[in-house]
Design a protein around this ligand. Structure first.
Ligand SMILES: [Zn+2]
Length: 215
């Protein structure tokens, strides 16, 4: 007796939510897939009731992600781990300033490894944010991976609909080196499915081409 192969995640998944609409929880933004429109701004930006390590627009998320973050931060606190929101929404204008700053100080090649081009940042969707540790150590540095917040998130974020979007050693697929702090909301079902299948990137999960660099 043979077991029929499980349907490819891409086939099962692509039916449910758009992969191109920036208001969709499954939108895939990478170096091959800019936001459309490039200047997209979520209509429902909200500041989550969580511990903030930032202010202004960076303390905002779209409303679905904000609610999921509140649930996740509360659960972590219950386990004795303090998470902070280090950087959330980033507008097209802010991304333009950041990217152009890198270009003028270091040149475009280095800018492209340090910062997303305007219209190519997942932060602009409101579906993602950078996590900090309550202790404040190692923010945006490789050693963040060993901080309690990162360890807790790696093991539990999927229960709240989040994935670590740029995993270790998968930059040839995602276009970004390991960012243990960068979480992306895709919903509890997809995040749990990715976790149980051991699929680490959205590109693989949705059957999309790898996006190691800008075209
Ligand atoms: Zn980030």
């Amino acid at each position: 007796m043979t077991t029929p192969p499980a349907p490819a995640p891409s086939a099962a998944a692509a039916r449910q939510h758009s992969l191109t609409d920036p208001a969709s929880p499954w939108v895939v933004v990478n170096k091959h897939r800019p936001l459309s429109p490039a200047t997209y701004r979520p209509a429902d930006l909200a500041q989550p009731g969580v511990r903030l390590a930032t202010s202004g627009e960076a303390a905002l998320l779209n409303s679905t992600t904000a609610a999921a973050a509140e649930r996740m931060f509360a659960a972590a606190a219950g386990a004795g781990v303090t998470l902070t929101l280090a950087s959330g929404y980033r507008s097209y204008a802010t991304q333009t300033r950041t990217y152009n700053g890198y270009v003028s100080s270091r040149g475009q090649a280095e800018a492209d490894t340090a910062s997303a081009r305007p219209g190519y940042s997942e932060h602009q969707t409101g579906w993602s944010f950078d996590l900090g540790d309550g202790g404040g150590a190692c923010s945006f540095q490789p050693c963040f991976a060993e901080q309690p917040a990162a360890v807790w998130a790696r093991n539990n974020a999927h229960l709240f609909g989040f994935v670590v979007r740029y995993p270790w050693m998968l930059h040839t697929i995602t276009g970004y080196y390991y960012e243990p702090w960068h979480l992306r909301y895709v919903g509890v079902e997809a995040a749990g499915d990715m976790n149980s299948r051991g699929i680490a990137t959205l590109e693989e999960y949705f059957g999309l081409e790898a996006a190691p660099a800008y075209l």
